[in-house]
Ligand binder design. Structure first.
Ligand SMILES: Nc1ncnc2c1ncn2[C@@H]1O[C@H](COP(=O)(O)OP(=O)(O)OP(=O)(O)O)[C@@H](O)[C@H]1O
Length: 835
C-alpha cells in the first residue's frame, strides 16, 4: 500500500538556527525570564501532574478513570479546561509552589520541585541563586538551546565541563532539600521528555472524552434495547422465561465489564513490562505479512481464568500484530487509531471482519479478529486466474455490500483491492484492512499528534537537530520555508480559535469544525486501484471506492488490472489512469475472454470522472439540500449510505437478490478439515514471523562464530561481511544470489541465507519525525511513545457465552470454535467449481 505522503516532520523552525541566537530560556533569572516561558513551565507541570496521577491510577487503560455518571456534563467541564489550557496557561494552584517547578523532576517517581532560589545544574537556577558550584557562564551554555541551536552548540563544544555531572539542589514536595547529581545533557533531554508526556496526557484525555461525549447511546444501552426488542417480538416465550433471559443477560454484562477491566489492567501492566499480553495466545501459524508486522493464526491459551466456559479458551483467531516502533517511526499513529476505531464501530456487521479484542504491550499493538479460513480474495484470483461472469458477479455484489457497510458508518476505505476481502468459513466475503480508512476525524489525522508535541517545543524554542540530512538541509532557505508551512498547516488544523471557543456548542467538537479541507486530499491507496481524483490529489469523496470496485471487476474477468504499467512503475500506472479518461486507447476491453456487453457497460459506467461515475446520483446533488452535511464525514467529504444504488440497479445485476445474498451459498465454499486448517494460506516460502528476525541486542561475536562453524574460513569472512551491512529486500536478494553461486550443497546455501536474514540488520527507513531521527533523543522518545502513544487502545467485544439465543439482529459471528466446529452447519464441504 502507498501511505500518505505527509510532510517529513521537522518540528522546529529552522529560522531559529539562522536567526539571531535566542537567550536560552533557562539561562536567566526569574525576573528576566519572559512571562510566556514561566506560563509554559507551570502548564507543563500541570499537564505532567495529570499524566503522573493518571498513570498512578492506571487511568490510561483502567476503569478507575471511569467518568462520572453524566459524561456530557463532565465532558463539557473537561473540554472547557482543555480549551482554556490552549488559550491561556494552566495556573497551578498550590500555595507552597512559590517557585516554578522544575521540569527535571518530572520523570522521577515523585514530583520534585526546584525552587528558583536554589542552586541548580540548570543555568536558570544557578543564575537565580548565585550559589551554584557551577560558574554562571558555563551553565549558561547548558540551557535548552545549547543542544539544539547551532550557535550555542559551538559554545557548548568549547565548554569542557558542560556534560559533567553537577550538583543540583531540589526541594521535594515535603519541603526537604537534597542534592542530586544530574548530568547537564540529561536536563535537556528531560525537557523533551516532559513535553512528550504532557502531549500523551492531552491526547489521551481529548480522545477519551471525545469518545464519551460524541455518542448518545452507549454500546451497553444499545445491547439492552436490542434484547428488549427481541424479547418483545418473541411470542413463544413465557413471561418467566423472558425474565430469566433478562437476568442472564445482566450477568453477561457484568462479566463483560469485569473482563474488560481485567484486560485494561493487563495492558497497563504490559506497558510497564510486567505482562506480555500477546503471550496469552499460542501461535499456530503466520497467515500474512504486511507493511505493519504480521497476521498470525492463534489459539487462546487456557490460563485457568475461565472456569465457566471451557469452550471459550480454545477458540482460534487471526491476530494482527503491529510493531509499534516501526509505526511510530513512520508516523502512523493516526492510521492505527483509525483502523481500530473503525473495527470497533463496525461491531456486529456481517460484512466487516469482526474484531474480538484490541490491546497492547510495550512493543506491539494487537488486533484479534475472527479467523477467515478461506484466505483472501487475491488468493482465489491467483488460483483461478480468471473467473466466469456469474461467479464474478457474485463476488462483486458481495464487495459492494461490504463497501456500502463502511460508507453507512461514514468511513471511506481508500484501499479497496482483492487482498482486502477475506473469505469466511461459509464462503462469504468480509472487508478487512482499514489501515487507510478514514472518516476525517481529528484523532485519525497524524497532524493532530504532531501538533501536540511540536507546538510546545516550538514555543519553548527547542530546536531539535535531527540527523545529518536535517543538519545539512536546515541551512537552506527552502527547508526553512517548507518547515514553516508544514507547521502552519498543522497549527491551523489543530489549534483552538478563540471564536470557536466562544461559539462552541460541544467544545470537544471544535477540531472537527476547524478541520482543514486538505485532509480530504491525501494521496493514499494502491496505485492500480486508485481513482483519478485521488491520483491528482483533488478533493475526493466516497465515490473513489466505487472506481476501485470496477478495477477489481475488470481484473476478475480479464486476469489483470486495466491500468498496470509493465514499465515505468507506479508513476506510469497513475499516468495510465489519468489518460484512460481522455484517450480510448489506454482503456479498452481485450477480445478474450469474451465478456458480455452489459458487463462492459457497467465497467465503463464506473470508470469515469467522479461527477459522471455510476454509483449514486445524490453525490451530484450534494450540498443542495439543507442539512446535507449529515452525509459528510468530519473532513467534509460526502459519504452517503447505500450509495451503490445505481450500480445495484444496473442490468448486469438483474438476477442478484441483494437482500438475500448473505443467506445464499456462495460459488466457492472453503474446504476446511479442521478449525485451524490454513491450507488457503500456504505459501511456497513460509512467511517468517517478525519475532523470528533478530531484533533484540546484537548477537555476540561468539554466537556468530558458532553459527558459522560448519564453513571454511573464506565463507566465514564473506558471511560476516554480509551481516555487517544493513539490508533491505533488494540487497538481501543480491546477497542470496551471490550465495547461490557458491560451490556447496543446497542445504548449506539455505543455511547461509537463513544466517544472513537472522543476524543481518534490516535497513531502517528514515523516520518521518525529526525527534526520532535525532541520534541522542530518538531512543528515549521512542520508548516514551511506545508507552504513551496508544493509550485507550484496549477493546473487548461483548460475547455472551450462549450468544446464539441473544444475538442482535445484525450480529453474525463467524468465529471458528474448536468444540463447535463439528456441529456447525456453515461448513459446506462440497467445494463448487468456479470455472
Ligand atoms: N482475519 C483474518 N483471517 C485470516 N487471514 C487474515 C485476517 N486478517 C488478515 N489476514 C491475512 O493477512 C494479510 C495481511 O493483512 P492486512 O491486509 O490486514 O495487512 P496490511 O499490511 O494492512 O496489508 P497491506 O500492506 O497489503 O495493505 C491478509 O492479506 C490476509 O491474508
Amino acid at each position: 500500500m502507498d501511505y500518505e505522503d505527509g510532510p517529513v516532520l521537522n518540528p522546529t523552525t529552522t529560522t531559529t538556527r539562522s536567526g539571531p541566537p535566542r537567550s536560552p530560556p533557562y539561562s536567566q533569572g526569574d525576573d528576566d525570564r519572559p512571562s510566556k516561558f514561566r506560563k509554559h513551565g507551570s502548564k507543563l507541570v500541570s499537564a505532567l501532574r495529570s499524566i503522573r496521577n493518571s498513570s498512578n491510577a492506571s487511568i490510561a487503560e483502567n476503569s478507575l478513570l471511569s467518568p462520572p455518571n453524566s459524561p456530557l456534563g463532565i465532558g463539557r467541564v473537561l473540554s472547557a479546561a482543555f480549551l482554556k489550557n490552549q488559550l491561556e496557561p494552566t495556573v497551578v494552584h498550590r500555595a507552597q509552589f512559590k517557585s516554578r517547578p522544575s521540569v527535571i523532576s518530572v520523570d522521577r517517581g515523585v514530583i520534585e520541585l526546584t525552587p528558583e532560589s536554589s542552586p541548580s545544574t540548570s543555568a536558570e537556577s544557578s543564575s537565580n541563586s548565585g550559589k551554584s558550584s557551577v560558574p554562571r557562564q558555563s551553565t549558561g551554555k547548558t540551557s535548552l538551546d545549547s543542544k539544539f541551536s547551532a550557535k550555542s552548540k559551538v559554545a557548548s563544544q568549547n565548554s569542557s565541563d558542560n556534560k559533567k555531572p553537577v550538583t543540583k539542589q531540589v526541594t521535594t514536595e515535603g519541603g526537604s532539600n537534597e542534592n542530586v547529581l544530574t548530568p547537564i545533557a540529561e536536563v535537556e533531554i528531560q525537557a523533551i521528555v516532559t513535553v512528550e508526556k504532557a502531549a500523551a496526557a492531552k491526547i489521551f484525555f481529548e480522545c477519551h472524552y471525545n469518545d464519551l461525549t460524541s455518542r448518545d447511546l452507549t454500546p451497553r444501552s444499545i445491547r439492552r434495547r436490542q434484547l428488549e426488542l427481541a424479547l418483545q417480538q418473541d411470542a413463544t416465550l413465557l413471561p418467566a422465561e423472558k425474565l430469566e433471559k433478562k437476568r442472564a443477560w445482566m450477568r453477561y454484562e457484568t462479566d463483560h465489564l469485569r473482563e474488560t477491566r481485567v484486560m485494561k489492567v493487563r495492558s497497563v501492566n504490559a506497558l510497564k513490562g510486567k505482562d506480555i499480553t500477546g503471550s496469552r495466545y499460542e501461535v499456530v501459524k503466520v497467515l500474512g505479512k504486511g507493511s505493519f508486522g504480521v497476521v498470525r493464526l492463534v489459539r487462546e491459551k487456557d490460563d485457568g481464568d475461565d472456569h465457566r466456559n471451557p469452550e471459550h479458551s480454545k477458540e482460534i483467531f487471526a491476530m494482527k500484530v503491529i510493531r509499534k516502533s516501526d509505526m511510530l517511526r513512520n508516523s502512523q499513529e493516526g492510521h492505527l487509531r483509525a483502523e481500530r476505531d473503525f473495527l470497533v464501530s463496525a461491531e456486529g456487521s456481517q460484512w466487516v471482519v469482526p474484531l474480538i479484542a484490541s490491546f497492547q504491550d510495550l512493543n506491539n499493538l494487537y488486533l484479534v479478529m475472527d479467523y477467515m479460513p478461506g484466505g483472501d480474495f487475491l488468493g482465489l484470483l491467483i488460483r483461478d486466474n480468471v473467473l466466469s461472469e456469474p461467479v464474478t458477479k457474485w463476488y462483486i455484489a458481495e464487495m459492494i455490500l461490504c463497501i456500502e457497510e463502511a460508507h453507512a458508518l461514514r468511513w471511506i476505505h481508500r484501499d479497496v483491492k482483492p487482498d482486502n476481502f477475506l473469505i469466511s468459513a461459509s464462503g462469504h466475503l468480509k472487508i478487512s484492512d482499514f489501515g487507510l480508512a478514514f472518516d476525517g476525524h481529528w484523532s485519525h489525522d497524524q497532524a493532530y499528534y504532531n501538533h501536540h508535541r511540536y507546538s510546545v517545543l516550538t514555543k519553548l524554542g527547542i530546536n531539535v537537530e535531527g540527523d545529518s540530512i536535517d543538519r545539512k538541509e536546515g541551512r537552506t532557505v527552502a527547508a526553512a520555508i517548507n518547515m514553516a508551512n508544514a507547521l502552519a498547516g498543522h497549527k491551523e488544523r489543530h489549534e483552538i480559535h478563540q471564536s470557536s471557543y466562544e461559539a462552541a456548542d460541544g467544545i470537544l467538537n471544535w477540531r472537527n469544525r476547524y478541520t482543514n479541507r486538505s485532509l480530504a486530499r491525501s494521496v493514499v491507496g494502491t496505485s492500480q486501484y486508485m481513482a483519478p481524483e485521488v491520483v491528482r490529489g483533488e478533493h475526493y469523496d466516497a465515490r473513489c471506492d466505487w472506481w476501485s470496485v470496477a478495477v477489481i471487476l475488470y481484473e476478475c474477468l480479464y486476469g489483470h488490472t486495466p491500468f498496470l504499467a509493465e514499465e515505468g512503475g507506479r508513476q506510469q500506472t497513475k499516468m495510465n489512469i489519468l489518460a484512460s479518461l481522455h484517450h480510448k486507447s489506454t482503456f479498452g476491453f481485450p477480445h478474450k475472454p469474451v465478456v458480455s456487453k452489459r458487463c462492459q457497460d457497467l465497467i465503463r459506467g464506473i470508470i469515469q470522472e467522479k461527477d459522471s461515475r455510476l454509483c449514486s446520483r445524490r453525490y451530484r446533488m450534494q450540498g443542495q439540500h439543507s442539512g446535507s452535511h449529515q452525509h459528510q464525514d468530519y473532513a467534509g467529504r460526502y459519504v452517503y449510505p447505500h450509495d451503490a444504488e445505481d450500480i445495484k440497479a444496473h442490468k448486469w445485476f438483474k438476477d442478484i437478490q441483494w437482500d438475500r445474498l448473505h443467506q445464499m451459498v456462495p460459488p466457492f465454499v472453503p474446504n476446511i478439515k479442521s478449525m485451524d486448517d490454513t491450507h488457503y494460506f500456504d505459501e511456497e516460502d513460509p512467511i517468517s514471523d517478525f519475532s523470528d528476525s533478530h531484533t533484540g541486542s546484537p548477537a555476540t561475536a561468539k554466537e556468530i562464530d558458532e553459527a558459522l562453524m560448519p564453513f571454511n574460513r573464506e565463507i566465514q569472512v564473506l558471511a560476516k561481511s554480509y551481516i555487517q551491512r544493513p539490508h533491505d529486500s533488494l540487497k538481501l536478494k543480491k546477497v542470496e544470489k551471490e550465495i547461490d553461486a557458491f560451490t556447496m550443497g543446497e542445504e548449506q546455501k539455505d543455511y547461509l541465507k537463513a544466517f544472513v536474514k537472522h543476524y543481518g540488520q534490516k535497513e531502517r527507513k528514515r523516520p518521518r519525525d525529526r525527534l526520532l531521527r535525532d541520534r541522542d533523543l530518538a531512543p528515549r522518545v521512542l520508548e516514551l511513545r511506545k508507552k504513551g502513544a496508544f493509550l485507550g487502545y484496549t477493546y473487548r467485544k461483548f460475547r455472551p457465552y450462549h450468544q446464539a439465543s441473544f444475538r442482535g439482529h445484525r450480529s453474525q459471528g463467524s468465529g471458528v470454535s474448536a468444540s463447535s466446529a463439528g456441529k456447525r452447519t456453515v461448513w459446506h464441504r462440497a467445494r463448487l467449481s468456479i470455472h
